[in-house]
Design a protein around this ligand. Structure first.
Ligand SMILES: C[S@@+](CC[C@H](N)C(=O)[O-])C[C@H]1O[C@@H](n2cnc3c(N)ncnc32)[C@H](O)[C@@H]1O
Length: 268
């Protein structure tokens, strides 16, 4: 694993206990039955009862365990050993039949020899990946012929606006950013804590066209590509929460895209 991914993994390992204690992830609410998947994540997959589902980059498993609660035979994977250990602990405590694998995404084909009805991934995943085409090949590798891939992700256009301090809409990053960007931010989106030590991360930005093209080149057939003005979290400090729980721009809420979803299938 290269140094950038090692730095990212140390950062995510440190985030796990902070996130597990945060109101953002609300683990106690989850234990009491709260689902963490929102309507954009679940909407297009329909009834998953009895279907095998691989969840890529599952963090500490709340999404994967939510799929298990919905009846899927779920497997979660993530490269954070702390995240996977906590996911396994939660699965055992809640008696949910999900499996978890600790692996770098690109090494998963060496760790897992299985194909799934559904490969799923969501929110804040692509930015951590140095090789988008390699990611798409991993997706294709784990789908059964006729299987479905689904992603719900922060829209890359919205990523150009991202800055925790902003008071108005302003471009910060180019949409067509090449190569990695280094950040040294304290804490994370889910915690007020700033006493973190592994703060250096490396992230990548992928225009929407590159994401779709990578999936097509990996052999998938794209069925739907949708864009939405709502965001799963308060990405900009002046966004306001709607009655549906999503976050919107305060005025002219339909002005810009904050989320996209893609549904694709692997031809038989
Ligand atoms: C923002 S989380 C996404 C999970 C989900 N949306 C959530 O909020 O629980 C990103 C996840 O990607 C994982 N990750 C980053 N790079 C990875 C890699 N190369 N291989 C596997 N997992 C990776 C991190 O450990 C983290 O758990």
């Amino acid at each position: 694993m290269d140094d950038k991914l090692k730095a990212n993994r140390e950062n995510w390992d440190e985030r796990v206990p902070l996130h597990a204690a945060s109101s953002f992830y609300d683990v106690e609410g989850f234990k009491a039955g709260r689902m963490t998947l929102d309507s954009l994540e679940t909407g297009e997959l329909g009834d998953v009862t009895g279907k095998t589902l691989l969840h890529l980059q599952c963090h500490f498993g709340l999404g994967t365990l939510s799929w298990a609660r919905l009846g899927a035979i779920a497997t979660g994977m993530d490269f954070s050993a702390k995240g996977i250990a906590l996911a396994r602990k939660l699965a055992e405590e809640l008696n949910l039949p999900a499996k978890f694998i600790c692996s770098d995404l690109y090494d998963l084909p060496n760790q897992l020899d299985e194909r799934f009805d559904i490969v799923f991934t969501s929110y804040g995943v692509l930015t951590w990946l140095p090789d988008l085409k390699g990611w798409a090949r991993v997706v294709a590798r784990f789908l059964k012929p006729g299987g479905t891939f689904f992603i719900a992700e922060i829209h890359p256009f919205a990523m150009t606006l991202l800055d925790e301090e902003v008071t108005e809409l302003r471009f910060h990053y180019p949409y067509f950013q090449k190569g990695s960007m280094r950040f040294d931010d304290l804490g994370s989106y889910a915690t007020e804590r700033t006493d973190t030590r592994n703060n250096t991360t490396y992230e990548w930005m992928y225009p929407l066209g590159e994401v779709v093209t990578a999936l097509i080149e990996a052999g998938l057939r794209v069925e739907t590509l949708r864009e939405f003005p709502q965001c799963c979290y308060q990405m900009l400090p002046f966004m306001v929460q709607g009655e549906d729980g999503f976050w919107y721009l305060p005025e002219n809420r339909d002005a810009l895209p904050f989320t996209f979803t893609i549904k694709a299938t692997l031809p038989e």
